[in-house]
Ligand binder design. Structure first.
Ligand code: FHN
Length: 436
């Protein structure tokens, strides 16, 4: 091995220092800070995985899982004709569910653009019989209805030749040449992002995914994130890279897990930081439409997920995968309706709150707004529950559902709450504590 001379060493040192400064210099704009507050108040969003893959009814990973070469996969858009797509109905459904924003796939790992991209012909307008820009239609409807819109954008690309060297997925079966220009790919990605942040009005943020495919590559994050913030300073940048946030990101996301948990195995090293948080989960087992997936989560599971996320100070981004005709499965519409019903009655204990004074417990979580703490009892069958005190005195305790008085006692052992069995709710018994 050649020895490194001192000039080279000092050059390397300067370069690293410059990179470090560039990485840490990000200061969110006032709009961005305001949007971070909005985001944390919003608490509940609709995640939508929709692309040409839905035609095959086998999830959004079908191209990789079935090792469909690009040449064959390129036939798929010709079958994508969502004549039943009704963005108005989608937005109304989200609103009725109590959701405040929508995050939709602009491009998934298959590389197909779901908008009228001028940068590449591999897009919905050019390649499908439908021929319409579904993102534009959704953006217009969202803006009309006061629902914020995020674009999910896959950094990983199984179609673009310049996504090279390849990562852990999208291997030789794609049929791409064994060469490519990585920085040309990043330019292409930035150009597509520019379209999304220029032609679709106010965009709440970009939800990146796929960096995990080659986490050590030079993703030029600083350039891409600065571009986004230059085009729309208020847009929130988040990335599902499963590690701690990088400079320039505005929120931290957790996939199929509450912050700090790793039941999915995605986040062994993901530290929970100080940025606003969001956790995403599927309504059944799949992200993209899956014909065979009948594992629909129950009303109770979904509501409890939302409540637990709020207890962790995180938003809940609940996913559906619309069918290729543009409709949403009736089971999912019904579940969302039920969540909306629950939120109409109990939303005050969720929206605008922050994670409560107690960290999550086996019995449930707490949320807090001003001098009110909401104790969400999710899994407890005894009439008495002792919770640790956190140094604040309690003025009153009431059952949120009917405002009836809840007996409580403060002692050296904590705060004992007494909720009569008849008043317990199988999904969430909420006790509202007013602090002195
Ligand atoms: O590979 C994707 C997957 O298809 C889906 O989009 C989820 C959503 O969080 N993220 C990736 C896996 O980490």
């Amino acid at each position: 091995m050649k020895p490194i001379n001192s000039f080279r060493l000092s050059f390397l040192f300067i370069l690293l220092s410059v990179c470090a400064v560039a990485q840490t210099a990000y200061e969110p704009s006032p709009e961005n800070k305001k949007n971070r507050e909005w985001f944390q108040d919003a608490k509940f969003g609709l995640f939508i995985h929709w692309g040409v893959y839905s035609v095959l009814g086998d999830g959004e990973w079908v191209m990789n899982n079935q090792e469909i070469p690009i040449k064959a996969y390129e036939k798929l858009p010709a079958f994508f004709n969502p004549t039943e797509y009704d963005p108005k109905a989608w937005v109304q459904m989200a609103k009725a569910a109590g959701m405040k924003y929508i995050t939709i796939t602009s491009k998934h790992h298959d590389g197909f653009a779901m908008w009228d991209s001028k940068v590449s012909d591999y897009n919905i307008v050019k390649k499908t019989p439908y021929g319409k820009d579904v993102l534009k239609m959704l953006a217009d409807e969202c803006h009309k209805e006061g629902i914020k819109l995020f674009f999910y954008h896959s950094q990983l690309d199984w179609h673009h030749p310049d996504y090279f060297p390849r990562g852990n997925t999208g291997g030789n079966w794609t049929g791409r040449p064994q060469h490519g220009d990585w920085y040309k790919y990043l330019d292409y990605m930035d150009a597509q992002l520019t379209e999304l942040l220029t032609n679709y009005g106010d965009i709440a943020g970009i939800w990146f995914d796929g960096m995990w495919d080659k986490i050590d590559a030079d993703w030029r994050l600083n350039t891409t994130y600065s571009l986004i913030h230059k085009l729309q300073p208020g847009a929130l940048v988040g990335s599902n890279h499963h590690v701690a946030p990088f400079a320039g990101e505005d929120f931290q996301m957790f996939e199929k897990d509450l912050p700090g948990h790793n039941t999915s195995g995605f986040s062994p090293e993901q530290k929970v930081g100080d940025l606003p948080k969001e956790t995403c989960e599927t309504i059944n087992y799949s992200w993209g439409f899956n014909l065979k997936d009948d594992g629909h989560k129950s009303r109770k599971q979904l509501i409890q997920y939302l409540v637990k996320a709020a207890g962790y100070g995180a938003n809940f981004l609940l996913n559906i995968g619309p069918m290729p005709n543009g409709k949403i499965q009736s089971e999912h519409i019904e579940k969302l309706r039920q969540m909306g019903e629950w939120l109409t009655a109990n939303g005050e204990t969720i929206y605008g709150t922050r994670g409560g004074p107690l960290t999550a417990r086996d019995w449930g979580v707490t949320t807090q707004k001003g001098n009110k703490v909401y104790v969400h009892i999710l899994d407890w069958s005894d009439e008495s529950l002792v919770i640790p005190s956190w140094g604040k005195k309690i003025k009153s305790a009431r059952l949120y559902s009917d405002k009836s008085v809840v007996k409580f006692a403060e002692s050296e052992f904590g705060i004992t709450l007494k909720v009569p069995k008849a008043k317990m709710d199988d999904v969430d018994t909420i006790v509202e504590l007013e602090l002195k």
